[in-house]
Design a protein around this ligand. Sequence first.
Ligand code: NI
Length: 190
Amino acid sequence: MDSRYGNSQNMPVRKVLRMGHPLLRLIAEPVVDVRAPEIQQLIVDLRDTMHASSGAGLAAPQIGTSRRVVIYGTGAPNPRYPHAPVLPETVLINPLISPIGSTMQPEWEGCLSVPGLRGKVQRWQHLRLEAIDAMGQRIEREVEHFEARVVQHECDHLDGLLFPDRLESIPHFGFIEELIASGEIPPIPA
Ligand code: NI
């Protein structure tokens, strides 16, 4: 699918699909060859699109490619989540996650495919993560708190799930401006 609108080959920013697009609901296909040119290009497109959209993370289905690839972390403060910890850039290919312990935490979450809205979602606090990185090297580590939330959110995209599917309750779902006005979430600096 060619959904590019970037005007430079060095900045292949792609359109982010929004909730309601059927591709977001597919189970994404595993990657067989990380070094294949189309997978390396996909990683570049994910990175550029995440940066252009100020995303905390982005999954390949969100830019119209149903493969098991996600990226998160920009290594810099994120204007959409100014109170969140800074995470280094991480590419996960064919990720597998499993909870460590049984503690879950509720927190407000957003998604580039659900623009303008936030919802409160329970996520595992502590996870074991296995994946392959952009160079084809195995990743095996534990993640927790905000990073664990981001990883769960992005991995959900690979299984056709969006955060509204996991809402604690419908009243814990709303437009960002209204949630800021009512004090539910902190203000986002202009
Ligand atoms: Ni998302």
